[in-house]
Design a protein around this ligand. Structure first.
Ligand SMILES: [Zn+2]
Length: 385
């Protein structure tokens, strides 16, 4: 079934807060320093172990060793026991990366200058969110710039020092129980972009590309020809050039106008609108230069803006999902589908699928399954960078 193939989206997110600068922050900086000292000690232990035994020191062994050592060193106790374990795990990760990719030039972890050491991480213990903008770390209370709400379960807290000496909190939260939009309450639609048909909607209607643009294009061509006939430097040529510029502007204005109207119409009809992430380069290769005339990109920007104003949602599905080649009835995926084929019969369930309609329905289905769970604001952007 289709459902099983959908990529689960990452539900963890990291929120970043800046701590108020305060004398008290010295305490945290000392903690970071202590973490750096412990880190270097761990690296030394790793190296010594390898020299003696010729093999990699197991992470749990290291944790046990460091935990025992910590009890005897006052300075080390500035760092909580969980943060110490985290240091061991960080080093382990770095080593695993080195083992896997050393041929590509990845180096093993090495000593770091304590002054340049950046952060330590706490898991469940060692801190407490006190509400508002206050947090208790160890036995001290700190305040931070409360730029956004911490929604979800806090997984880890990382205290980070920048080279400028500013302190940040990096809070990793799990948003799994907090879907931001309830899809079942509203109407949802999927849309597929096309060349002749501007949009095909999963709910059984199509939106034609505006003819007025084609008409204006003819006007542009005419103005262009008029310009090229004029002799360079003469007054008439300047007039012709201005005329052409005006025509271009005219087309752009009309198109934008049409986009705004369409955006309002669609957001009136639906609460959630699902699209494929635009692959403009690929479309251009497929369809030639006409694509720029249709200006999907501009339309999506307008639509996103209107949707945001109205509290509607525009969601994007992964651009690698084969929306045209997948049967929306049974999930069968064709090996290939030529662009000229407008309709195909599914070899598995015998359903007849219209090319664009089928794609739109798939986009809707994938869209729903994606936003049903996660933080929708983190959906993919329309145009991949
Ligand atoms: Zn089928």
């Amino acid at each position: 079934m289709l459902q099983a193939e959908y990529r689960a989206i990452d539900l963890m997110k990291t929120l970043k807060f800046k701590l108020y600068s305060h004398k008290r922050n010295r305490f945290l900086k000392r903690c970071v320093n202590a973490a750096g000292v412990i880190y270097n000690h761990c690296i030394a232990v790793h190296k010594r172990y390898y020299r003696l035994w010729g093999k990699h020191l197991n992470c749990n062994q290291l944790k046990g060793h460091i935990a025992k050592l910590r009890k005897r060193k006052d300075f080390w106790q500035q760092v909580g026991s969980q943060a110490v374990q985290d240091i061991c795990e960080r080093i382990e990760k770095a080593y695993q990366l080195f083992f896997k990719h050393h041929k590509k030039g990845v180096r093993p972890p090495n000593f770091k200058k304590v002054k340049k050491y950046k952060s330590f991480t706490l898991k469940q213990a060692g801190y407490k969110l006190l509400g508002g903008n206050r947090i208790k770390i160890g036995s001290r209370v700190f305040q931070y710039w409360n730029s956004r709400e911490i929604d979800g379960t806090v997984k880890t807290l990382t205290i980070k020092r920048t080279p400028l000496g500013e302190m940040f909190l990096m809070v990793v939260v799990d948003t799994v129980n907090k879907p931001e939009i309830k899809v079942e309450t509203g109407k949802t639609a999927g849309f597929d972009f096309g060349l002749k048909t501007f949009l095909t909607c999963s709910e059984g209607f199509e939106i034609e590309s505006p003819f007025l643009l084609k008409r204006s294009l003819t006007a542009i061509k005419k103005a262009n020809r008029a310009l090229s006939r004029k002799v360079k430097g003469c007054h008439n040529r300047e007039q012709a050039r201005l005329n052409l510029v005006r025509k271009h502007k005219d087309v752009a204005n009309r198109r934008r106008d049409w986009f705004w109207k369409l955006a309002h119409q669609l957001t009136n009809q639906f609460d959630v609108l699902c699209f494929e992430t635009l692959n403009l380069k690929g479309m251009q290769r497929l369809w030639g230069r006409k694509i720029s005339d249709l200006a999907f990109r501009e339309f999506m920007q307008i639509l996103e803006w209107v949707a945001k104003k109205k509290g509607k949602l525009v969601s994007y599905i992964d651009r690698w999902f084969p929306s045209s080649k997948t049967c929306n009835h049974c999930g069968h995926v064709l090996e290939s589908l030529d662009l000229s084929v407008r309709e195909w019969r599914c070899p598995s369930c015998q359903a007849v699928n219209g090319r664009d309609d089928n794609a739109a329905k798939n986009i809707k289905m994938v869209g729903i399954s994606t936003i049903g769970v996660g933080d929708v604001r983190q959906a993919l952007p329309a145009i991949p960078a």
